[in-house]
Design a protein around this ligand. Sequence first.
Ligand code: IVH
Length: 710
Amino acid sequence: MSQSDLFSADVPALAAPAARAAELRATLNHHAHLYYVLDQPELPDAEYDRLFQELQALEAAHPELLTPDSPTQRVLGRVLDGFAPVRHAVPMLSILTETDTTPAGAESFDARVRRELDLGELDAPVEYAAELKFDGLALNLRYEQGVLVQAATRGDGETGEEVTQNIRTIKQIPLRLLGVDAAVLEVRGEVYMRRDDFEALNERQREKGDKTFVNPRNAAAGAVRQLDPGIAAQRPLSFFAYGLGEVLGWQLPDTHAGVLDALQTMGVPVCEHRVVTFGPSGLVQFHQAMAQQRDALPFDIDGVVYKVNSLALQRSLGFKTREPRWAVAHKYPAQEQLTRLNAIDIQVGRTGKLTPVAKLEPVFVGGTTVSNATLHNVFELRRKGVRVGDTVIVRRAGDVIPEVVGRVASAALAPRAGASAVPADSLPSSFAPREPYVPNFRMPAVCPVCGSAALREKGGIDYRCSGGLFCPAQRKQALLHFAGRRAMDIEGLGDKLVEQLVDGGIVLSLPGLYTLGVAKLAALERMADKSAQNIIDALEKSKRTTLARFLFALGIRQVGETTAKDLARHFGSLDRLVEASVDDLLAVRDVGPIVAQSIHTFFAQAHNREVLEQLRAAGVHWDEGEGAAQNQGPQPLLGKTLVLTGTLPTLSRDAAKALIEAAGGKVSGSVSKKTHYVIAGEEAGSKLDKARELGVEVLDEAGLTALLSG
Ligand code: IVH
């Protein structure tokens, strides 16, 4: 049945409700997979909703047609009193962990495997499947006749807990496997929370003054074990499969990699970062390559896992008590460590927000040495019961700012001065504040930088410096934000330079940046003529931008990158936005009263409008209407997926992405048959090869410009 059949309104009434319901289920499940797993939606949301409602109506009229794999069954179940125990048909084992983070970790595993298999020096290297060790919670998904019937946690490995109704709310997890109706197929994998979802969840908790979570693993574990599925559904979870449990009536592939490929084809999420490789050198290479990418991944990993690829060899290697001999986890440095909180400083942010910052005994965490970490706000600090002198847990993962996530009560765990830190892996997820708690830190009454009054809005959480751009700290942050890669992208305008420009009274406002000359810059300390010229060039280049970037760069409170894009798309021109009323602003997607008020207040102020004029007079420009796609303006790339690779001659990666999105297109990170164009610049890599292999059209920047102009 083709899509046009599905959308046509003249489906004969009740001709075959059962057939129609089956067809709707299949279509909705297919599109949910495209949307949630492949990130390549093909159906407008409204169409999806329409089909969903049709299925709901059909099921309401014919309850006998309701099946457990129906997408309407992702709804919330009832609040439970507790979890039912589930005895695993095949025990859920753990893996031996190689804590030596050097190549020796991989080498000793390979040596053990070869010894067990009686391989001599002349025998060929062993074939391995290498993948990531996800830092979440193990889960067993039981499919019978291809339909998800039960989800269970690992528990003690023999018996876990039934968490089916919470797991059903994870949209990435298929309720029905594609093309498989085996009697039993148990999929095992890790349920986890992405870092951005975790940050957003904690931010929401912080705003509500609620308890925050220590790390994504704890947040995920809490969500999976929520007795109230309504709460579970608000904690965004994700899933990656890494193996199988009981299997009946399905022909196993020969290799572990084959199993993962098969699961992927069935619509189960499988992580793309995996390889099949040979011998210890291949394992070491993977370990190192992933260490490099670790920070850039959207989720936490605590190591990699090596598995003997052949299932036949796995069987002959067998198990040693609770661990398979054919697999090992090879760790990375921990992302949480204990250290001493030496002092608490106050940092002044771009919008004047005063943040308590922990001054720490330097500690190696998440791959770097950390001596400062955020404590977020004074209320959270108190909730956690943190005091100067305490032993605290520091977390640093990805490009997220290091933070103090709690304190430990036990003096036994406290690292002595100069002693190596204790990994915080095995710590509990929450830390009871000391009883009674007497804080030894207070928020200051004045801004520590400019001396203006520090005020807190009634009912608010944050204290703010009331000095505005008079405050050098705010001015510095405003300039750094303006120059940021995702804002005006002024290369070379970093911390040190901004510090000199502000402290020297050289730049007093954003437009002041564009009046800098080479001579003024070159006169600064440690600034060669050439670097000065580079800055001038970067400033010049930054003048060609997009409305969305420009709006984001202004640093309007409550306006992040996404809102800036939405505003640009909605209004299409700066003048229309400046003139917009609060009601006009409320019509923009995802803009609520607080955001609308903040934007309106910003543009109502004469000095802000003056800044806009001065920036435009300095030559900052964009294509008016460039982002107005939603309301007006053509969308030549609507429905098209593009992939960017290599360095383009004039457009940065972010600028190219913004232009494509403004034209209705989507930028994807990997090339597939569904990719319409690959835009390749200098030093394009494997994506270009893949495009050629698949016959996807490859264009250069000029080609992209031509596409954009329709
Ligand atoms: S395989 C028989 N693969 O690590 C082997 N486990 O101690 C079963 N984990 O709790 C596990 N990523 O949840 C395997 N790629 C991966 C994994 C992985 C994370 C977790 C798993 C288990 C623990 C093993």
